[in-house]
Design a protein around this ligand. Structure first.
Ligand SMILES: Nc1nc2c(c(=O)[nH]1)N[C@H]1C(S)=C(S)[C@@H](COP(=O)(O)OP(=O)(O)OC[C@H]3O[C@@H](n4cnc5c(=O)[nH]c(N)nc54)[C@H](O)[C@@H]3O)O[C@H]1N2
Ligand SMILES: Nc1nc2c(c(=O)[nH]1)N[C@H]1C(S)=C(S)[C@@H](COP(=O)(O)OP(=O)(O)OC[C@H]3O[C@@H](n4cnc5c(=O)[nH]c(N)nc54)[C@H](O)[C@@H]3O)O[C@H]1N2
Ligand code: SF4
Ligand SMILES: [Mo]
Length: 747
C-alpha cells in the first residue's frame, strides 16, 4: 500500500479527540474544552442530557463521580418526560461498558483475517481505497448509509464531507426505513417536512386516534403523557393486532393489514356526509377539497367494512367519535409508514385533520411520531437526499444559498438528488457501486429481504463499517471497521418528535481508541485533503452555529438559539425559534416551552395553503395464497429491546425484560389447526427464506396473521423488498408466509 495520497501526519488535534469529558472540561476549558458547558457542572455533580434511544427525547440526569457518569435517572423538570423514563433510558449506561465495544480500527486482509490497526493506517486505507474507486469508476461508484442515531452536527458533517469534500453523490440513511413516508407526505401536503405538534397535545385532546402505532411499547413515555390527559378522552387504536396500546384504548379497530387507506378515505366520506367539514378553514387554508370530496364517494360503508373486516357498528362509532370530537388529534407510526402505499395513507390522515379543521389548535393535529432519537435531525440536516435545512439539490438558488452560507464553491454542490436506500442497494447488486460506508446502522439485520441484501454486500470491493460494536451483523462483512464513540461519550444535539432540539453530552469516556463520529469525519477531511472546506467545522458547537445559519429564514429557523448553554438551560427548544422570537420571548417559559405549528392557518406552500392529496388504491404486491396462507406482520417486541439489539442486549436487566428467543405470535384457532402450542417449534417460510421460531399462542393476532418482532436477525430473511413509490420506504409490515410444526426435539 502506498502512502502517496495522504501524508503520514497526524494532525495535532487528534490527541484531543479522545480527550476530556464534559464534566472535566469545566476545570480545563480550552478549544475542545467548550467552556460553554454549564458552569454549575462540577466533577461530582449531575448534568442533564437527552436519551439516545427513541425519538421521545426524554431528559436524563447523569450522576457523576470524578466527572464520569455512574448512574442515570429521569430528569424531573425536563418538559418532555417530567420525571419518567423507560427501562432503556434507565439502563443506557450499561451498553457502553460491553466487552464487544470497538476499541481500535480493524482491517481485513485478502485472506479474510481481521487485525487491529492504528487510526493513521485506517485513515490511509479509507482514503486510498475510496479515491481509487472514484478515479477508476467515477463519483457514482461510492455511497454511504447512515443513521438517525448520531448527532445532527455529525450527520451534517458526513453529508457535507461526502458530497462537497469527497465528491460522492449517493448517500441515504436508516431514516428511509422509518420516516421517509412522513417526510414526503408532509412536504407534499404542508410544503415542508413539519410535524405540527407538541407533546402537550397528548394531554389536551378529547379524541386521540393512533394509526399503526404501538405507543405503549415503542414510545412508553409519550403514552404516560396520554395518561395525564384530564379530559377523559376517547383513545382509538387502529391496528390489526390487539396490542398493549389497543388493550388500553377505549376503541380498537382491528382492521385487516393494509386496509387503512380504504378506512381513512371512507371516514372522510362519512364526515363530509355528516357536514363535519370546517368550511371556513378548508376555504381559507387548503386546496383540492372538492376533488377529494368527489374521489372519496366510492368508499361507501360496504366497501370499507368489506376491506377492513370491521363490523358496521364499530365503524359507525369510530366516525361518530371523530365527528363529535372538539379537539381530535391523529397520530401515526410504522403501521402506516411501512406499507406499499404509505405516503398516500399518511396523507389520508392529514386530509382528515384538514377537513375537520383539527390542526393548528391545542389537542389536534396530523401527527407523525418519529422513531430514532434523531430521525428528525436527519430529515432536515443529513444533506443526503435533500440539501441542508429542507433545501433542494435541484434548485439553483438553494444551491447558491447553501454555498454562500458555507463559504464553499457552488460547483461543489451536486446538481442532482441522491439515490434512495433501495436504489443504492440495487446499484451495489449491479456492481456499479463498489465502495460503501455504513455509519451507525446495521442493515445486515434490519434491511428488508435480508439474504439478498447480504449477498449483495459480499460483492462490494470495499465496505467500511463505522460502529460502536465489533459484533454487529454488518460489521462481519466489513473490510475496514472504524470504532465509534457512542451516545454518552460525545456531544451534539438531537431533534425529537415534537421538533425539540436537545443536548447529547459526553458523560463517559469512549473505550480505547474509539472516536466520536464527528472527529472521525474531521480526520477523514484532513486525510482526504479537503479540510480547507471545513475550516469552520472545528467542533460540534461550531457546526451547530453553521446549521443555525443554514436554517435562517426557512420553516425550521432556529437562529434564536444562542448556543448549547442556551439549549441546556431551556430544557431543549423546539424549532422554529427565529432570532426575532428570541428577542421578544423567553424560550424557557410557558407557553414558549411547548409550541405547535399552523396556528395562523398558514402552511408552507407559497400560497400558504395545505393540499388534499389522494390516489386510487394500489394492489398488494404479495397476497396470501394456498402455499403461503398467512400474513406476516413485523414490528417492535418489547420496551426493553432496541432494534438489532447491539445495545440493549448488553444489559442483563433489559435482556430479562424481553423474550429469551424468537417467538412467533399465532392465533389460538390457527395453532389448533397447525397442531402447535406455546413453546412448540415451527418453521416459518416465505418465498425468500425459511426460519425457525418458538410459538406463542395469543389472540392479540387475528386468524390468518402471524407476528414476529424485528429484533431477531431472522425476521428480515422473510420480508419482501417492496417500496412505497413516493417515499421509497420499505413495506416491512406485509408478506405471505407458511407455518409448519417441527417435530419435538428428543430430550
Ligand atoms: N422498545 C422500542 N421502542 C422503539 C424502537 C425499538 O426498537 N424498541 N424503535 C423506535 C423506532 S426507530 C420506531 S420507527 C418506532 C416504531 O414505533 P411503532 O410504529 O409504534 O412500532 P411497530 O411495532 O413497528 O409498529 C406499530 C404497529 O403497526 C401495526 N401494523 C402492522 N401492519 C399494520 C397495518 O397495515 N395497519 C395498521 N394500522 N397497523 C399495522 C403493528 O401490528 C404494530 O403494532 O419505535 C421507536 N421506539
Ligand atoms: N422487519 C422489520 N424490519 C425493520 C423494522 C420493522 O418494523 N420490521 N423497522 C425499521 C426501522 S423503523 C428502523 S429505524 C430500522 C433500524 O435499523 P438499524 O439502524 O439497523 O438498527 P440499530 O440496531 O439501531 O442499528 C444502529 C447501529 O448503530 C450503532 N451505533 C449506536 N450508536 C452509534 C454511534 O453513536 N455512532 C456509530 N457510528 N454507531 C452507533 C449500533 O451499535 C448499531 O449497530 O430497522 C428497520 N427494520
Ligand atoms: S421513552 Fe425513549 S427517550 Fe424516553 S427513556 Fe425510553 S428510550 Fe429513552
Ligand atoms: Mo425507525
Amino acid at each position: 500500500m502506498t502512502a502517496s495520497l495522504a501524508k503520514r501526519v497526524e494532525p495535532s488535534w487528534l490527541r484531543e479527540f479522545s480527550g476530556p469529558m464534559t464534566a472535566e472540561l469545566v476545570q480545563q476549558p480550552g478549544e475542545f474544552g467548550l467552556g460553554r458547558v454549564p458552569s454549575r457542572l462540577r466533577p461530582d455533580a449531575t448534568t442533564e442530557l437527552v436519551c439516545g434511544f427513541c425519538s421521545t427525547g426524554c431528559g436524563l440526569t447523569a450522576h457523576l463521580r470524578n466527572g464520569h457518569a455512574i448512574n442515570l435517572s429521569p430528569s424531573n423538570d425536563y418538559p418532555v418526560n417530567l420525571g419518567m423514563a423507560c427501562p432503556k433510558g434507565w439502563e443506557a449506561l450499561t451498553p457502553l461498558a460491553a466487552p464487544d465495544r470497538a476499541t481500535t480500527p480493524l482491517l481485513r486482509d485478502a485472506r479474510g483475517h481481521v487485525a487491529p490497526i492504528d487510526w493513521d493506517h485506517a485513515l490511509q486505507v479509507f482514503t486510498l481505497r475510496f479515491k481509487a474507486l472514484l478515479d477508476q469508476h467515477g463519483p457514482e461508484s461510492i455511497a454511504f448509509l447512515s443513521s438517525g442515531q448520531i448527532c445532527t452536527e455529525e450527520m451534517a458533517f458526513l453529508g457535507a464531507l461526502f458530497k462537497f469534500g469527497m465528491g460522492g453523490l449517493h448517500g441515504d440513511s436508516n431514516t428511509r426505513q422509518c420516516m421517509a413516508t412522513s417526510h414526503v407526505a408532509y412536504k407534499q401536503s404542508f410544503g415542508f417536512d413539519a410535524p405540527p405538534y407538541t407533546y402537550a397535545d397528548f394531554e389536551e385532546s378529547d379524541v386521540l386516534v393512533f394509526v399503526g402505532s404501538n405507543l405503549c411499547v415503542a414510545h412508553p413515555i409519550m403514552w404516560q403523557r396520554v395518561l395525564r390527559n384530564p379530559h377523559n378522552p376517547e383513545i382509538i387504536v387502529i391496528d390489526p393486532r390487539k396490542t398493549e396500546t389497543a388493550l388500553a384504548a377505549t376503541q380498537h379497530l382491528p382492521i385487516q393489514p393494509k386496509s387503512d387507506l380504504v378506512l381513512l378515505y371512507g371516514t372522510a366520506r362519512e364526515l363530509i356526509a355528516r357536514g363535519r367539514v370546517d368550511a371556513e378553514f378548508v376555504a381559507g387554508s387548503t386546496r383540492g377539497f372538492e376533488e377529494f370530496a368527489n374521489f372519496v364517494q366510492q368508499f361507501t360503508r360496504e366497501v370499507v367494512c368489506d376491506a377492513t373486516g370491521l363490523k358496521a357498528d364499530a365503524y359507525a362509532r369510530f366516525v361518530d367519535t371523530i365527528a363529535r370530537g372538539q379537539r381530535v388529534s391523529f397520530w401515526w407510526t410504522m403501521g402506516v409508514n411501512q406499507g406499499h402505499e404509505s405516503t398516500r395513507t399518511a396523507q389520508a390522515i392529514v386530509n382528515l385533520a384538514l377537513l375537520t379543521g383539527n390542526i393548528g389548535k391545542r389537542g389536534t393535529g396530523a401527527n407523525s411520531i418519529t422513531g430514532q432519537c434523531n430521525a428528525m435531525g436527519s430529515r432536515l440536516f443529513a444533506n443526503a437526499t435533500g440539501l441542508f435545512a429542507g433545501r433542494d439539490f435541484l434548485n439553483a438558488s438553494h444551491r447558491a444559498d447553501a454555498a454562500q452560507i458555507l463559504g464553499i464553491p457552488e460547483a461543489r454542490i451536486p446538481q442532482r438528488n441522491s439515490l434512495a436506500y433501495d436504489q443504492i442497494v440495487d446499484r451495489v447488486r449491479q456492481g456499479r457501486i463498489k465502495g460503501l460506508w455504513v455509519i451507525g446502522t446495521n442493515p445486515s439485520h434490519s434491511w428488508i429481504g435480508q439474504d439478498a441484501f447480504n449477498d449483495t454486500l459480499r460483492g462490494l470491493e470495499f465496505l467500511v463499517v463505522q460502529d460502536a460494536y465489533t459484533t454487529t451483523e454488518t460489521a462481519q462483512h466489513a473490510h475496514l471497521l472504524l470504532p465509534a464513540a457512542a451516545w454518552g461519550e460525545k456531544e451534539g444535539t438531537f431533534i425529537n418528535s415534537e421538533r425539540r432540539i436537545g443536548m447529547a453530552k459526553k458523560i463517559s469516556r469512549a473505550p480505547g481508541a474509539a472516536l466520536a463520529d464527528f472527529h472521525i469525519f474531521r480526520l477523514i477531511a484532513h486525510y482526504w485533503g479537503c479540510a480547507n472546506l471545513f475550516q469552520a467545522w472545528t467542533s460540534p458547537q461550531a457546526v451547530f452555529q453553521i446549521l443555525k445559519q443554514l436554517s435562517a429564514n426557512t420553516p425550521c429557523d432556529f437562529t434564536g438559539i444562542a448556543d448549547y448553554r442556551h439549549l441546556d438551560a431551556a430544557g431543549g427548544i423546539q424549532w422554529p425559534w427565529p432570532l426575532a422570537d428570541a428577542e421578544s420571548h423567553d424560550a424557557t417559559k410557558a407557553p414558549n416551552r411547548e409550541r405547535r405549528l399552523f396556528d395562523n392557518g398558514r402552511f408552507f406552500h407559497p400560497d400558504g395553503k395545505a393540499r388534499f392529496i389522494f390516489d386510487p388504491l394500489r394492489e398488494l404486491p404479495e397476497k396470501p395464497d394456498a402455499e403461503f396462507p398467512f400474513v406476516l406482520l413485523t414490528g417492535r417486541g418489547s420496551t426493553a429491546q432496541w432494534h438489532t439489539l447491539t445495545r440493549t442486549n448488553k444489559s442483563e436487566i433489559l435482556r430479562r425484560l424481553g423474550p429469551a428467543e424468537l417467538q412467533v405470535e399465532i392465533h389460538p384457532k390457527d395453532s389448533k389447526a397447525l397442531g402447535v402450542r406455546t413453546g412448540s417449534r415451527v418453521n416459518i417460510s416465505s418465498r425468500r427464506a425459511t426460519i425457525e421460531a418458538a410459538v406463542l399462542v395469543t389472540a392479540t393476532v387475528q386468524q390468518g396473521q402471524v407476528y414476529l418482532p424485528m429484533h431477531d436477525a431472522a425476521t428480515n430473511r422473510l420480508t419482501l423488498p417492496v417500496f412505497d413509490t413516493h417515499s421509497r420506504q420499505p413495506a416491512y409490515k406485509f408478506c405471505a408466509v407458511r407455518v409448519q410444526a417441527l417435530p419435538r426435539k428428543r430430550k
